[in-house]
Design a protein around this ligand. Sequence first.
Ligand code: SF4
Ligand code: FES
Length: 310
Amino acid sequence: MAQLASSGTTVTLRVHRFSPKPARERDRARGSSPFARKASPFGDSPARAARRPRGKQWTQDYTLDVRGDETILDCLLRVKRTIDPTLMFRYSCGHGMCGSDAAAVNGTPTLLCKAKIGDWAQPERLVDAEGFRRTGSDAGEPADATNGADGLGVIELAPLPGFAVDRDLIADIDPMLEQIKRLKPYLIADGVLATTEDGKVDVLEYLQSPEQLAKYETLTTCIVCGACEGACPVYAGGEAFIGPAALINQARFIDDSRDEATCERLEAIDTADGIQACQSVRACSRECPVGIDVGEQIWQLIAQVKEREA
Ligand code: SF4
Ligand code: FES
């Protein structure tokens, strides 16, 4: 276990690590087996096979001194700079604007830059003689005292669920971006020619009242972090379901009074892998860091599609 000594309370970051097998090694392994190129007898699709991590996986603990109001991203940056430069994670803005650092914190999809240590640290769970895990306070005499975490306790970090893993905490979110792109994430409108005071054509205007703007404004705050996809039990890689993030993006344009492709957009999501695949679990709403009620929005899309069909 890597340790950084300094004063103050401590927390242990328990990081699920993954290092992919080099492509050369993978090819050699494939070439050496006559069965390697054949499809799985259990019907593994190429996309699912690609999602299965191939490489070395392990769990690594980093214990460091912290303040409870520090973010997990702050701590990971310290680990990377002072303890282990091989640890990989993704971030950009550092304050909830870019959506690039979503990961599973204690199993919950969350932005690392918004997650405070004090809110997520929990008592170490100990393994007793029967192999059951118990929290430190009620564990008594553990058979396998793997805690080593005084202070605030432990925070478990893993890559965003539902996506393939590139490396350590970095999930491959390309499928989500492709699904959003597929649904034309831009305004489809002709606009109105506006004129200057002397009657000359000036610019194209897209007129809208404050009430019309209010209808979709919250949806424009989506930062495409993928937390809703990671929380969705149906998404799981996006083969069977286009995913909540793509649907929210589509709702943003469907609810925009200036957009002229509403029918086309509703048709595009009324598919087996579109709204028909949504099971209304609504786990997506609980995890949105910008406060979009994702489940409710999808529910409204379903109602709009049904209305159109009636
Ligand atoms: S709807 Fe919320 S959780 Fe989903 S991608 Fe957008 S910001 Fe992230
Ligand atoms: S680093 Fe940009 S949202 Fe967290």
